[in-house]
Design a protein around this ligand. Structure first.
Ligand code: SF4
Length: 192
């Protein structure tokens, strides 16, 4: 759908200069999704792996593959070339498709309406639960029980509900310090 250089705004790698590859196509259908234009893959022309790779600045180490839902696709040819170029590959996924190989970091963001496939939980480096209402905190706790002890746990307020949800998240994290807060800092910075 698009590729661009920016700064990771969310989760463990917040603040890191990263090249983003956003892959079109997602059938999860979160009503609060902020990239609904990604849902229909038909409206995004096919772009060759070579074209994308050639746009990545040589000095940028981190490539974030996001969507849409990138696990719907076979990412092998893309990830193979990225590894040959010495890049670190970070995947952002809801875990509804196939678990891709060659990822250096997997950020699993489970959604209630279509939970991840079970193989994603044990390999998730980071679990990022979007909190749109109070019941999402219960969902977050349930999801965390399926991850490995090494998984970093993040709660992120859904952008349009952030003023309402932040006090709940702050209280939750004070009581459950294994969790951390993730803010969409790229939105505060007004960058992509
Ligand atoms: S999984 Fe991600 S891309 Fe798909 S609808 Fe939900 S927020 Fe949007």
């Amino acid at each position: 759908m698009e590729y661009f250089l920016s700064i990771q705004g969310e989760g463990f790698h917040t603040g890191t200069a990263s090249f983003f590859i956003r892959i079109g196509g997602c059938d999860v259908g979160c009503h609060w999704c902020d990239v609904k234009e990604s849902w229909n893959p038909e409206i995004h022309p096919v772009v060759s792996v070579e074209e994308i790779i050639n746009k990545i600045p040589a000095h940028i180490d981190t490539v974030v593959i996001t969507g849409g839902e990138p696990s719907l696709y076979n990412l092998e040819s893309l990830s193979k070339i990225l590894k040959e170029k010495g890049k670190k590959i970070h995947l952002e996924t809801s875990g509804t498709g196939n678990l891709p190989l060659n990822m250096d970091w997997i950020c699993l963001s489970p959604k209630k309406n279509e939970p991840p496939k079970k193989e994603f939980y044990s390999v998730a480096d980071e679990l990022k639960v979007i909190v749109q209402n109070k019941t999402d905190l219960k969902f977050a706790k349930e999801q965390a029980t399926k991850t490995s002890p090494k998984t970093h746990l993040y709660l992120q307020p859904e952008w349009s509900q952030r003023e309402k949800m932040l006090p709940l998240i702050i209280e939750f994290i004070q009581e459950n310090p294994q969790w951390k807060i993730s803010l969409q800092t790229h939105k505060y910075l007004n960058i992509p």
